[in-house]
Ligand binder design. Structure first.
Ligand code: NAD
Ligand code: NAD
Lengths: 207, 207
């Protein structure tokens, strides 16, 4: 089991590596990784030794090889369809996010319950009626979903997602979801991020 | 120094406690906290012992007392003004977030460089011209800011924020910011959250 802080760093390295790969860069040193990722060269070397040796002293690490390895560790070597529920402000920001494709995540469908919105274009998609969630996911086969609806609607939406076969939920609504034991929920709250930031600014400590 | 995972849990407890306080609830047991926060009762008791005793066996913990204590630890017992740069989709979702006030954070001003948007209402605010950032913050005196602009503009905006006296930046743009040593940056990437979620779903492990 890889500890969560390590997983988060691996995801950061992957974003940097995917950007470099697109720019045609073949190798990277741990100092360069520090410059691009903001994570220390020593931490980078330590994280990689966790998974076996990669670099050649003096030559650096192979970018394509690192990408392949991290994707395998994170189990994102296959393209994964994601369902998005909530075609509001947050949903629009998520659909417009530039690096989606690179991480092999693909927002495959977006759902809403507002009849004015249903049928309208949303990024490259068309907004579907939430009532058709199960039917649409029977075609797509997604396992992961994002909840971007108001807190009052989030539990109802979570129940529908579980019924449609979803086993991983990224929840942006400020509420705790009750789901069966086989379903994983990760809550995102930028207020927590602000609270952690404000603590470090007040204490003057390293993050 | 409080470790980051503990800080994040404290911020979660605080959100639960503030909601309960608004509902007039006076005391809470560790089991109730587990139900509302999704964090185990044992972890809650352990976190609190870190900061001194609170609960009375059989009676539970005082909600107002816990709030006061956690706010003091996180240094959010004073109201903090926050600057927001980027009046787009993400900015709109952040301004509309329901729990802001409760954590004593207040988005005091929002800035953009798009002349069509400047001067328009945005939540309870009016969109200001980014060129007036330093002048506006001389009045507000904010120390914290949120960056919600495209990655290509983020470094320029960060430089302007530092010049305007900001010492803590919550960065949503997918890029690493270079700032002076006295400035703290916390990067938020929902793709990292997705990667961690997808890892746990694939491994079938506890988050
Ligand atoms: N975690 C964070 O950091 C963070 C940041 C900003 C916003 N948020 C939260 O994200 C959520 C979305 O915010 P927003 O600004 O996009 O809100 P919004 O009102 O702009 O969008 C919400 C959308 O959900 C739809 N909806 C409501 N009930 C539904 C249902 N039962 N089924 C399907 N669709 C439904 C609405 O029609 C609307 O289109 C809110 O819960 C907000 O609090 C979280
Ligand atoms: N970290 C995450 O989880 C996450 C999620 C979604 C979006 N994002 C990122 O958040 C950012 C905003 O996304 P969005 O969907 O709101 O984009 P958007 O295009 O809707 O909004 C961006 C706003 O920034 C303004 N802007 C551009 N350059 C500026 C400058 N120099 N000074 C001031 N304002 C400027 C634009 O005029 C626009 O109003 C993007 O970088 C996006 O990649 C991050």
């Amino acid at each position: 089991r890889v500890p969560i802080p390590t997983l988060e760093r691996l995801a950061t390295y992957l974003r940097v590596l995917l950007d470099l790969n697109e720019g045609g860069v073949e190798t990277i040193s741990s100092q360069e990784m520090e410059h691009y990722s903001g994570i220390s060269a020593a931490q980078f070397r330590k994280d990689l030794s966790y998974f076996g040796e990669f670099g050649k002293p003096g030559v650096g690490y192979s970018v394509p090889q690192l990408i392949e390895c991290i994707e395998r560790i994170l189990h994102i070597d296959q393209e994964q369809p994601i369902l998005l529920v909530g075609a509001g402000n947050l949903g629009a920001a998520l659909v417009g996010y530039p690096n989606f494709r690179a991480h092999r995540f693909r927002i495959a469908a977006v759902f809403d319950n507002n009849f004015v919105k249903i049928g309208r274009p949303f990024g490259e998609l068309v907004i579907e009626d939430i009532a058709r969630l199960k039917e649409v996911n029977a075609q797509i086969g997604a396992k992961l979903a994002i909840i971007a609806v108001p807190a009052s609607a989030a539990q109802t939406v979570a129940d529908m997602l579980v019924e449609a076969g979803i086993t991983g939920i990224l929840n942006f609504a400020p509420t705790v979801l009750k789901v069966p034991p086989h379903v994983f929920v990760r809550n995102v709250s930028f207020l927590q991020e602000l609270a952690v930031l404000s603590y470090h600014v007040a204490e003057g400590t390293e993050i």
